[in-house]
Design a protein around this ligand. Structure first.
Ligand SMILES: [Zn+2]
Length: 649
C-alpha cells in the first residue's frame, strides 16, 4: 500500500534521458518505485494519462527567505511547480543578526522587498534612528548609501562588536534581552524558526555576505582589517556549521560590496573547504559586465569554490549581446577546472519598481491623498531637488534610472498606456540630468538602478548602493549636478507622476535574443529572483510576473513555443542539473529512494499567465505538486501540508 500512486504518465525523470510511459509510487515521503507498477494500491491514485511527471522544479535563485517569515505557505512558488528554493541571495539573508541592529535590518530587508513589515515584526520597537522621522524606509542601508553612514541599521553593527568571533556577540556578558519581535540571532536559530513555522517548499539556505560584513565591519565603505577578515571567516564558519549551504554576495550592493575581491576570496575558501556554494549578484550587469563575470570566475579559481552567477543578463541597449562572450568565458573557465555556471529568469526586463517610491520623503505607508498633496508643493519639490543635487555631489547620484534612461522602460502607467514598453527617454529625453558626456557611470545601485545594470533585489530606494570603487579601482567622481536642471527634471517627473495617478512602474531592460542565448545554454539553470508570496501585496508594491510565471514560462513559451530545447532537456535544466550543482543527492531525479518532490503537468498546455500589468495571474497546466511525498498543490489550490524542509547542510 503506497501513499500516492501516479499512474500512466510520461516520465521525464530529470536526467535528460528520453521520457517513457510509466508510474511513480510514493510512500513515507520517498519515491519507492518508478516504471511499470502492476496491481498496487495507494491512498491516493493520480491518473496521469496525457500528462508529464517530473521531479519538482528547483529555483536556483530566490529571495524567499525574506518573505517566508510572513508568507510560509509559499503559494506563488508551489503554483508554478517549485518544490525547492535556493534562498539568501545577492548578499542578503535574515541572519546572522545582532540585537542592536536586528529590527532595522529586518525592516529594511522586508520593507524594501515587500513594501511591508511582516506582522511578526511590525510590533517590534525600532532599534535605529532611521524610523524616527516617519522614514520607514530610511534605516541602515539607505543612509549608508547617502554616504553619511550614520545609521541605525547595519552601521550599529560596527559599534556593537568589532571582534565578532561568532554569533555569540553577547556571550561575554549577561545576554541582553532578546528583541521582542525576533525569534533568532544566529543562522541556526533562524533556520529552526522557519522549521517550526512550517514551510510550503524546501528551503536551501545560503547566508548573505552583506550580513556577515555588517556584523563584523559595519556599514562603512572601507577595507576590512586582517583581523576583521578572520572574524568574518569565523562567523561564516559558524553559519555553515549551523546549516547554511553556502555564501551569497551582492557585489553591487552595500555593505557587502565594500569588500575587495581578495576579501571575498578569503571567505570563499571557508565555503570551499566545506564544499559549499558561492552565488553572486555580480558587480555590474551593464557596461562593466565582462569584468564583473571575470571577477566571479577569479573568485572560483582562487578559492576553489563552486560558483553560480545569479540572474545572468546584459542590461541596456549598449550591452546587448555581451552574454555570448560571458557564456564563453564560463565555458573556458569550466574547461580549466573552475565550477562556474549561471542561472537566469525568462524575461527581458528586470525588477519592477515604482517611480513614486524612489522619491525621497515618500513612504509606502503614506495615504495617497497626502502623497498627492506633497508632490504638488513647491517646498517639497525644492527639498527633493536639494536631495538629488546633494546626492550627486557625494557617492551616488539621483535615482540611477535618470542617468541611463535608455536602459529603463515603462512597465505600466496609470493613464498613458501607449507609453508602456517604451524607454524612459520617450518622456524625459536622452539626458534628463544634463550630465556632461560621457555621463558618469552611476556609482551606486540606487533604487531600481538598472542604470548601472545592477538590480535592486531589495528594492530599497537608493538603499543597497555601493560604489564600484569599493575594491580600490579608480572611478571618476560624479560631477555635481546643476540645481536648475535638476529642479526642471523634478518638476517634470512629479507632474508626470500626478498625471499617471501616481502609478509609474519601471524596470531595466534586457533583450529577448540575450534571454534565449542564456536560457538555451545547456549549463544554464533557472531562478525566479522572486520571493514567494501568499497574498496580494497591494498596488504600492509592484511585483514582477516572475513571482508566478517563471517555470511555466520556461516550459511553455521557451521550450514548447520557441523550441529552446526538448522537454527532457529543459526539465533536466530545472531539476537534475541544479540538484547536482547544489549537492542535493536525494532530489532532482525521479529515482527510487529519492525524496518525493514531484510535479504532474500537461506539457501541451503549461503556460504562464502573469504579465507586468497583471503579475498575480497564476499559471495553467500544472495539475499536481508534491513536496516530500505530500500533496502541496492540486489544480493550483494550495494544501495545508506545509511539507517543506529546511535543507540544512
Ligand atoms: Zn540580485
Amino acid at each position: 500500500m503506497f501513499d500516492i500512486l501516479i499512474v500512466g504518465g510520461l516520465i521525464v525523470d530529470g536526467t535528460g534521458n528520453t521520457p517513457y510511459q510509466g508510474d511513480v509510487a510514493i510512500a513515507g515521503g520517498r519515491i519507492v518505485a518508478v516504471g511499470r507498477i502492476e496491481g498496487a494500491e495507494a491512498t491516493l491514485v493520480i491518473d496521469a494519462g496525457g500528462l508529464a511527471v517530473s521531479p519538482g522544479f528547483i529555483d536556483m535563485h530566490s529571495h524567499s527567505d525574506l518573505s517566508l517569515v510572513s508568507h510560509p505557505r509559499a503559494s506563488s512558488s508551489l503554483v508554478q511547480g517549485i518544490t525547492t528554493e535556493v534562498a539568501g541571495s545577492c548578499g542578503w539573508s535574515l541572519a546572522p543578526l545582532k540585537n542592536e541592529t536586528a529590527a532595522s535590518v529586518l525592516k529594511e530587508l522586508c520593507l524594501g522587498l515587500m513594501g511591508a513589515v511582516p506582522p511578526e515584526l511590525a510590533e517590534a520597537p525600532d532599534a535605529g534612528p532611521g524610523q524616527a522621522a516617519g522614514q520607514e524606509q530610511a534605516g541602515g542601508f539607505e543612509v549608508a548609501a547617502t554616504g553619511q553612514e550614520q545609521v541605525g541599521g547595519l552601521q550599529g553593527a560596527a559599534a556593537g562588536q568589532e571582534q565578532a568571533g561568532g554569533l555569540q556577540g553577547a556571550a561575554a556578558g549577561p545576554a541582553p534581552a532578546r528583541h521582542p519581535g525576533l525569534a533568532w540571532h544566529s543562522f541556526g536559530e533562524y533556520l529552526t524558526y522557519l522549521e517550526k513555522l512550517g514551510l510550503g517548499v524546501n528551503l536551501y539556505p545560503i547566508v548573505g555576505q552583506s550580513l556577515i560584513r555588517a556584523h563584523v565591519v559595519g556599514a562603512r565603505r572601507r577595507m576590512a582589517t586582517p583581523g576583521e577578515i578572520e572574524a568574518q571567516r569565523a562567523l561564516l564558519e559558524a553559519c555553515l556549521e549551523e546549516g547554511a549551504r553556502g555564501l551569497s554576495t551582492g557585489r553591487a550592493y552595500a555593505p557587502g560590496g565594500h569588500a575587495s575581491t581578495e576579501e571575498v576570496i578569503a571567505l570563499c575558501r571557508v565555503v570551499a573547504a566545506r564544499d559549499g556554494l558561492y552565488t553572486s549578484h555580480i558587480k555590474d550587469e551593464g557596461a562593466g559586465l565582462i569584468d564583473a563575470v571575470a571577477e566571479a570566475i577569479r573568485i572560483g579559481r582562487e578559492s576553489g569554490v563552486r560558483v553560480e552567477i545569479s540572474h545572468h543578463k546584459a542590461v541596456g541597449p549598449a550591452n546587448f549581446g555581451k552574454v555570448a562572450e560571458t557564456l564563453t568565458m564560463m565555458e573556458e573557465a569550466r574547461n580549466a577546472g573552475v565550477d562556474v555556471t549561471c542561472d537566469s529568469y525568462p524575461y527581458a526586463f528586470a525588477q519592477v519598481f515604482s517611480m513614486l517610491e524612489e522619491i525621497p520623503g515618500i513612504t509606502p505607508a503614506q495615504p495617497v491623498d497626502e502623497v498627492r498633496a506633497l508632490l504638488s508643493q513647491d517646498d517639497f519639490r525644492a527639498k527633493v531637488t536639494a536631495e538629488f543635487v546633494k546626492a550627486s555631489a557625494e557617492e551616488h547620484g539621483p535615482p540611477g534610472f535618470f542617468s541611463r534612461p535608455e536602459s529603463i522602460m515603462f512597465i505600466s502607467l496609470g493613464r498613458d498606456h501607449d507609453l508602456e514598453g517604451q524607454p524612459l527617454t520617450s518622456v524625459f529625453g536622452p539626458n534628463p540630468l544634463g550630465q556632461a558626456e560621457p555621463a558618469p557611470q552611476p556609482a551606486v545601485a540606487s533604487g531600481g538602478a538598472g542604470a548601472s545594470g545592477a538590480e535592486t533585489s531589495t528594492g530599497l530606494s537608493g538603499g543597497a548602493g555601493v560604489t564600484q570603487g569599493a575594491t580600490g579601482s579608480t572611478r571618476p567622481r560624479p560631477v555635481p549636478l546643476e540645481p536648475a536642471r535638476v529642479r526642471a527634471l523634478v518638476d517634470k517627473g512629479l507632474d508626470f507622476l500626478l498625471e499617471q495617478d501616481l502609478h509609474v512602474n519601471l524596470a531595466a531592460i534586457m533583450c529577448e535574443p540575450d534571454v534565449e542565448t542564456v536560457l538555451g545554454h545547456p549549463q544554464t539553470m533557472v531562478g525566479t529572483d522572486a520571493f514567494t508570496i501568499d497574498r496580494d501585496l497591494g498596488e504600492r508594491t509592484p511585483i514582477h510576473p516572475r513571482h508566478f510565471g517563471t517555470f511555466p514560462r520556461v516550459l511553455g513559451h521557451y521550450c514548447r513555443t520557441r523550441g529552446l530545447g526538448d522537454l527532457a532537456t529543459m526539465i533536466q535544466k530545472i531539476t537534475g542539473l541544479p540538484a547536482r550543482k547544489l549537492r542535493l543527492a536525494e532530489r532532482g531525479l525521479l529515482a527510487r529512494g529519492n525524496w518525493a518532490d514531484v510535479v504532474v503537468f500537461d506539457p501541451a498546455t503549461i503556460s504562464d499567465r502573469a504579465t507586468a500589468k497583471e503579475p498575480y495571474l497564476e499559471p495553467v497546466g500544472i495539475k499536481w505538486v508534491i513536496v516530500n511525498g505530500r500533496v502541496a498543490a492540486e489544480d493550483g489550490k494550495i494544501s495545508d501540508a506545509r511539507a517543506g524542509m529546511v535543507l540544512r547542510r
